[in-house]
Structure formats: structure tokens, C-alpha cells
Design a protein around this ligand. Structure first.
Ligand code: RTP
Ligand code: MG
Length: 143
């Protein structure tokens, strides 16, 4: 299978709990290579634009408030079947439903403060990567 890329965010709750290294270790252990990475404190406009698909949902305001409450790590992950593999290691949106050993089961506070974001499909991955990174900021791995 060809290499694929996905987009990931370590959300403010997990950054505040000093979990960046632990979560990066999970990505790498799952065979996902970090090919771009930076820390950003999202503006309201950036968070609203990123989650625009949810703008009519009742939780939208709380989601934007949470995502702008502190710095996040944004990264591009590369590997075979990267979109699905990352969603697998993240676990379900609500940590109460997440399988044991997943990032959300182990690290999320709640459905609202759920530690990580991951693209849900290759098309959204491409859009989300371009939202945060230029081509020059991404370093494909040859080994
Ligand atoms: P994400 O986009 O953050 O990776 O999460 P997801 O795909 O698992 O879930 P999604 O449906 O895209 O929802 C985005 C974020 O909104 C919050 N949410 N709250 N209270 C609720 O019913 C509810 N539903 C979603 C979650 O924090 C979720 O990560
Ligand atoms: Mg989503």
C-alpha cells in the first residue's frame, strides 16, 4: 500500500499535562513518521475555520473556546494507511467509549477535552494539512 499522510493535533488539555512526548511515542510505535510539526496557539478565527464543518452544532462554541484555551501541537504523520491507523490509536471521540490502550482512553479528560484530533478521511487530511503547513515545511522520509 502507498504511503499516506494525515493531520494531527495534540489538543490544549494534553499539552498542559506534558503529554507531547508520550503521544509522539505512540505515533512512532504505530509506524507513523512525524514529517512536519509545530506548536501554535490558535486564534478564534483559526479554530472556527478549522472546525467550520461543525459550525451549526450545539458544541461549536465550547469546542472553539477549548481549542483556543492554550497552545497545541500540530503535526503531519506519514505512513501506510496513515488516516485510519491514526484514528485507531486515537480511539473514539468520547473517551468513555474508547478502547483500552488508545490515546483518548488513556489521556482524554472528557468528550470535550479529548487530547487529540486526527483527520477522518484522506480528503480532509489534505485540506487540514494545507490549513497549517506549506509544502516546504513538510519533510518526506526516504528512510
Ligand atoms: P476530532 O475532529 O477533534 O478529531 O474529533 P472526532 O473526529 O472524533 O469528532 P468530531 O465529530 O469531528 O467532533 C469534533 C470535536 O467536537 C467535540 N464534540 N463534542 N458534545 C458532543 O456531543 C460532541 N461531539 C463532538 C469533540 O471534542 C470532538 O473531538
Ligand atoms: Mg473530526
Amino acid at each position: 500500500m502507498a504511503l499516506e499522510r494525515t493531520f494531527s493535533i495534540i489538543k490544549p488539555d494534553a499539552v498542559a499535562k506534558n503529554l507531547i512526548g508520550a503521544i509522539y511515542q505512540r505515533f512512532e510505535a504505530a509506524g507513523l513518521k512525524i514529517v512536519a510539526s509545530k506548536m501554535v496557539h490558535l486564534s478564534r478565527e483559526q479554530a472556527e475555520g478549522f472546525y467550520a464543518e461543525h459550525s451549526e452544532r450545539p458544541f461549536f462554541k465550547a469546542l472553539v473556546g477549548f481549542m483556543t484555551s492554550g497552545p497545541v501541537m500540530v503535526q503531519v504523520l506519514e505512513g501506510e494507511d496513515a488516516v485510519r491507523r491514526n484514528r485507531e490509536i486515537m480511539g473514539a471521540t468520547n473517551p468513555a467509549d474508547a478502547l483500552a490502550g488508545t490515546l483518548r482512553a488513556d489521556y482524554a479528560n472528557s468528550i470535550d477535552e479529548n487530547a487529540v484530533h486526527g483527520s477522518d478521511a484522506p480528503a480532509s487530511a489534505a485540506r487540514e494539512i494545507a490549513y497549517f503547513f506549506s509544502d516546504e515545511e513538510i519533510c518526506p522520509r526516504t528512510r
